[in-house]
Design a protein around this ligand. Structure first.
Ligand code: CDT
Length: 312
């Protein structure tokens, strides 16, 4: 009997800086219901979806910074989403800014949680690859200060057995790094779920700005193909406080093909029925890791961070 999981990507349009969490959660509930109407059992929401993408702002006052974070999950604002998901018998992933007291200190992470159909948090991922900068660029239209506001994730790339599937999470910039998928691939991942906020232009002009959509697809399709898994990539898109965010949410099959794609840059649900047994095809053939990987040649991957030219 084939294993089929109907998954939804719940893309959102922009979130205004003064939009309340409660209002955002109302939008997420509408998307959850639309996904339920299409038979989805699991919904993927974007990165940092409860607020506007605040790392674009330079802030120095810690209380002002912390106001963008959640110190409890669920909390009063997000509880209605958890309740509605339980009522509908659905699971979801949710990206948010996590503030936590650990080891006697306050820590800040860019986090995604996996919630089961009973409203229980069964998985937590903290973004490993933080893009941008930590210094103040000053007079630019917007900044990208993830390196200032978050610590790199400390939980690695776990894979969970849930919804009768092997599930993993990543967040935004992680999708551009083959290591992200491969570490999960080595745990037999079948579905990688990730949300993103991708400005179409950087704080300063970049050579490849016009290729944002191509690189988005290229990264996720390659990750899916090379690890023979599904990838569900979900955007917060549209013009958010004068910053144009890429939309283009997609679901990629283990073949690397796109099987669902958002048509708008606003609140929109995409769905696909994932035949999880299709993952086995290449996991047992060209990407049968046990048969073909040559780890004796991969040492540099985990022992060296930056590139060093030959002879140096
Ligand atoms: N949120 C996030 O990780 N965005 C990055 C853009 C970084 S531009 C400095 C991304 O890879 O899409």
């Amino acid at each position: 009997m084939s294993r089929t999981l109907i998954v939804a990507g719940a893309q959102t349009g922009p979130i205004a800086p003064d939009e309340s969490r409660r209002h955002v959660v109302g939008r997420l509930i509408e998307l959850l219901r639309a996904a339920h109407a299409r038979g989805a059992k699991l919904v993927v929401f974007p990165e940092l979806v409860l607020t506007t993408f605040f790392p674009r702002y330079w802030m120095e006052d810690q209380a002002e910074i912390d106001a963008w974070f959640e110190s409890e999950m669920p909390n009063a604002a997000t509880m209605p989403l958890f309740d509605e998901a339980v009522r509908l018998g659905m699971g979801f992933t949710l990206g948010y800014a996590e503030l936590v007291r650990e080891g006697g200190r306050t820590r800040h992470f860019n986090t995604s949680i996996l919630v089961d159909a009973h409203g229980k948090i069964i998985g937590r991922y903290r973004k490993v690859h933080l893009p941008g900068h930590s210094d103040n660029l000053g007079d630019v239209p917007y900044q990208h200060l993830e390196k200032k506001y978050f610590e790199p994730g400390d939980l690695g790339f776990p894979v969970w057995r849930a919804f009768d599937a092997n599930l993993g999470m990543a967040i935004c910039n992680d999708r551009r790094w083959p290591e992200t998928y491969r570490v999960m691939g080595l745990q037999d991942v079948e579905v990688v779920m990730l949300g993103y906020n991708t400005p179409l232009r950087g704080p300063l002009p970049r050579q490849y700005d016009h290729l944002a959509d191509f690189h988005n697809k290229l990264s996720m399709q390659a990750g899916a193909y090379q690890n023979s898994c599904y990838v569900v990539g979900v955007a917060k898109g549209g013009l958010e406080d004068n910053c144009d965010l890429l939309a283009g949410s997609i679901i990629c099959a283990p073949s690397g093909e796109i099987i669902a794609q958002a048509m708008t840059a606003g609140d929109e649900v995409i769905t696909a029925a994932l035949d999880l047994d299709l993952c086995r095809i290449n996991k047992e053939a060209v990407f049968n890791f046990a048969a073909h990987r040559r780890i004796e040649h991969y040492g540099l991957i985990s022992s060296r961070t930056g590139a060093v030219p030959p002879g140096e």
